[in-house]
Design a protein around this ligand. Structure first.
Ligand code: PLP
Length: 389
């Protein structure tokens, strides 16, 4: 038998899925595991969204839609960008509705990257960027950020990473796992470097609505000159508690969107038809429930941070956005963050994600999710406290 493709063989299974699988196995064995590993909101999808999809199903909306998406959802995305970022989009030319933000990222990277190209990614960064770039034949050029400076993004460091093979810079703002929300200066810095070197910007804004305190999310495409070079990814999983729906979208110039549509048409075809009705209800409907969920996340964040602060050897700062605390564990004396994560899961049955899953700059850290319930957060903190008292 011939071998499978080298390109796929070289990929690794997702470390976050590996933790999920291990948690499931331990639970099947009757273990009481607290899972702070994934970014799974504990809330139900708001009822008005669910009902819109149920009605669509009952009405027989169970067939293919246009590859870009339904007119109603494309319009709702257009209005969102006008309302929130003063961006004028053409529903027929600039947007593609995708089954998940993950697929939006996949079609964006498949479209922008050739064999041997480089994608600049500030790290620590989300687990799947590197694998997706590899599927497109490209490599990630990591720009490790320093935890001691609060993971500030330095435009000079970005610029130093540019080579003749660089195609794009990928920015995740708010950031998973660090929780940073970029300042206007940082966003301007990214745009300047990209414009100067003729690069695209891929901007993953999936956590745009999940921000705390006085932080403000700036969509990169809203910066002057950035819209033609920026591919913006967002979706419904996080803000609307819709992880299982698999719904997202990608916004770009007409030319890039036209190219991406080819990948969409020849892979998934379109996002789920009745699912898109839920998406319209989410974007165009009442936003009250979303605001309430963000308030709860902020309280959970504070609960987790103040609990962790009491544990000797663990240090962290309160994240400005997203659903994770990225905590330093280097003072605990473990060999590395993977060894710590394994020990924690097997000994006190708390699942977290090792910092190394997020690439360079992640060693010495763990990511703890506060998307789950207050009870889970309290129980996890008390088990950690017990372990390190
Ligand atoms: N981008 C980041 C930074 C994420 O954390 C996630 C999910 O965890 C995604 C994209 C994918 O979101 P979706 O559920 O829409 O595929």
């Amino acid at each position: 038998l011939r071998t499978v493709s080298k390109r796929v063989e070289r990929l690794k299974l997702s470390e976050t899925y590996a933790i999920l699988d291990r948690v499931r196995k331990l639970r099947e064995q009757g273990e009481d595991v607290i899972d702070l590993g994934g970014g799974e909101p504990s809330f139900r999808t708001p009822d008005h969204i669910t009902h819109a999809a149920i009605d669509a199903l009952s009405d027989g909306e169970t067939h293919y839609t246009a590859s870009r998406g339904t007119k109603a959802l494309l319009e709702a995305v257009t209005q969102k960008y006008k309302r929130e970022h003063d961006l004028e989009l053409d529903a027929d030319k600039n947007i593609i509705i995708t089954p998940s933000a993950k697929h939006a990222l996949f079609i964006a990277l498949m479209t922008l990257l050739d064999d041997g190209d480089e994608l600049i990614v500030p790290t620590p960064s989300w687990v799947s960027y590197k694998a997706m770039a590899a599927m497109a034949g490209a490599t990630v050029k990591a720009v490790p950020l320093d935890g001691k400076t609060g993971f500030m993004l330095d435009p000079d460091a970005l610029e130093q990473a540019v080579t003749p093979r660089t195609k794009a810079i990928l920015i995740n703002n708010p950031n998973n796992p660090t929780g940073r929300v970029l300042t206007r200066e940082e966003v301007l810095g990214v745009v300047q470097v990209a414009l100067k070197h003729g690069l695209y910007i891929v901007s993953d804004e999936i956590y745009e609505k999940v921000i705390y305190d006085r932080s403000r999310h700036i969509s990169i495409a809203s910066i002057e000159g950035a819209a033609p070079i920026t591919v913006t990814i967002s979706g419904f999983s996080k803000a609307y508690a819709m992880t299982g729906w698999r719904l997202g979208y990608v916004v770009s110039s007409e030319e890039i969107s036209h190219q991406m549509l080819k990948v969409q048409q020849h892979t998934v075809g379109c996002a789920g038809s009745f699912i898109q009705f839920g998406g319209v209800a989410a974007l165009a409907g009442c936003q009250q429930r979303i605001a309430e969920m963000v308030v709860s996340y902020q309280q959970r964040r504070d609960r987790l941070v103040s609990g962790l602060e009491k544990i000797n050897g663990i240090t962290c700062v309160a994240p400005e956005g997203a659903l994770y605390v990225f905590a330093s564990i280097s003072a605990l004396g473990f060999e590395n963050s993977m060894a710590f994560t394994r020990w924690l899961l097997e000994t006190v049955k708390v699942a977290v994600t090792p910092g190394t899953a997020f690439g360079e700059g992640g060693e010495g850290y763990i990511r703890l999710s506060f998307a789950g319930s207050d009870e889970d957060i309290d129980e996890a903190v008390s088990r950690l406290h017990y372990a390190f008292q």
